[in-house]
Write a protein that binds this ligand. Structure first.
Ligand SMILES: [Zn+2]
Ligand SMILES: [Zn+2]
Length: 410
């Protein structure tokens, strides 16, 4: 242990050092769709949708299957993350222009009519004259078109099975009514907006660590007391590290709505997603699913990123301080973000919502299934009587609990 007994001069700044100003966004628009029509490459039909069983787009007319190209390695220059500097972003992650209307008017390539798409609700519409499907391929600067999409790989049937298994395994907690009223048709596929971030950072942490030197007792009988003598050290550590594909939510809307607070928590517990398999935008991936528009710019998400980077830094230094057998208390920290790069991405989640009333108080509960891995988590409505019975059996005290987040692996 060679930590200096002297604290650094002056108070270390808790304010992270910002990277250099952004360069222009790197274009990620799907060039192939630039003519405005999203056609099957084989027969030209516009009846396109995702087939989750294969993760491919399928033409409903000729059954041809294909996929958009992977985004990984296609947008940013390939260099080690430890050399990353400044801020680089994909064009789909650019700041949202609040003056841009969500409603986009498209000219139908089939018959020339004008067709309206409200991008707040859908990314495609059918021309009511010639029945062509028109899709939003252009990156409208309202947050609706991301840099990349991670397509659903789990079918609706597989999601329903995962939810049944989840609720079934927790029979002792789950409200009987929930099980009775489970409605598979209400399991819906939603693409949720995330920022996927790579970073190159360094951090310094300062604090005090304690080493136990001896334990002894004094007195006897009822006056017997145990004493612990410890040496206190001032501890300082520096760590340089990189992060690859951190996923951070880019929709604030749900966080601000009470009934949805829980959804956020639930969805964070079904991470991670295999973001390396994300592909270029094609609205065909969204057919039959809903999506939620991004409403946060990078500047609003930056503090969340810095918070996550600091926790990574603390966990990186922890193996080097195990010698302090009574622990280390970190008191100051300083983060330097040398470089970041950002891509906006839609990630697939199967969601089941359930309205439940307990003693006249209504609550919405959710079960979420990762649309890639099948990882399932939920806020299952809990009947108070049954939960109390279970708690008494294990000796735990539970007060007025109507909701329990139950781990899928429990
Ligand atoms: Zn076709
Ligand atoms: Zn038309």
């Amino acid at each position: 242990m060679n930590d200096s007994p002297a604290m650094p001069q002056g108070e270390p700044s808790p304010v992270p050092v910002e990277p250099a100003a952004s360069t222009d966004p790197v274009g990620t628009e799907n060039e192939r769709l630039r003519d405005g029509v999203n056609r099957c490459p084989k027969c030209g039909s516009t009846e396109i949708q995702l087939r989750p069983a294969t993760g491919m787009l399928i033409c409903l007319f000729c059954r041809h299957e294909w996929a958009e190209s992977a985004i990984e390695g296609q947008v940013f220059a390939e260099a080690p993350l430890s050399e990353l500097s400044g801020t680089t972003i994909g064009s789909g992650a650019a700041d949202i222009d609040g003056s841009v209307d969500d409603v986009v008017t498209l000219k139908c390539g089939g018959c020339g009519s004008e067709v309206v798409v409200n991008t707040a609700q859908a990314m495609s519409a059918r021309c009511h004259w010639c029945r062509h499907i028109l899709t939003i391929n252009e990156q409208v600067p309202n947050g609706a078109v991301p840099d990349a999409v991670l397509p659903f790989a789990l079918t609706h049937e597989q999601a329903v099975a995962a939810i049944r298994a989840f609720a079934g395994k927790r029979r002792i907690f789950a409200n009987r009514r929930f099980l009775r009223e489970f409605t598979p048709e209400n399991v819906v596929g939603v693409y949720l907006p995330y920022m996927v971030v790579d970073g190159n950072a360094g951090a310094d942490v300062w604090g005090h660590g304690e080493v136990l030197v001896r334990t002894y007792t004094r007195g006897s009988g009822e006056d017997k007391e145990t004493f612990y003598d410890a040496d206190v050290y001032q501890v300082q550590r520096h760590v340089d590290f990189t992060v690859d594909d951190l996923t951070i939510e880019s929709s604030s809307e749900r966080a601000n709505m009470n009934t949805f607070v829980n959804t956020n928590n639930v969805i964070n517990t079904i991470l991670p997603f295999d973001t390396k398999n994300a592909v270029r935008w094609n609205a065909g991936y969204l057919t039959g699913f809903t999506s939620e528009k991004r409403d946060q710019d990078i500047s609003a998400i930056q503090p969340v990123l810095e918070h996550q980077l600091l926790s990574i830094a603390r966990s990186q230094v922890s193996p080097s301080v195990t010698g302090y057998n009574r622990g280390v208390r970190w008191e100051h920290e300083r983060l330097e973000v040398r470089g970041t790069r950002w891509l906006s991405m839609y990630l697939p989640v199967w969601l089941y919502s359930y309205y439940h009333e307990e003693k006249g108080r209504g609550m919405v509960h959710y079960i979420a299934v990762n649309g890639r891995t099948g990882e399932t988590m939920g806020s299952v409505p809990v009947s108070q009587g049954r939960l109390l019975a279970a708690a008494f059996a294990t000796g735990t005290v539970v007060e007025g609990l109507v909701l329990a987040i139950l781990a899928a692996t429990a």
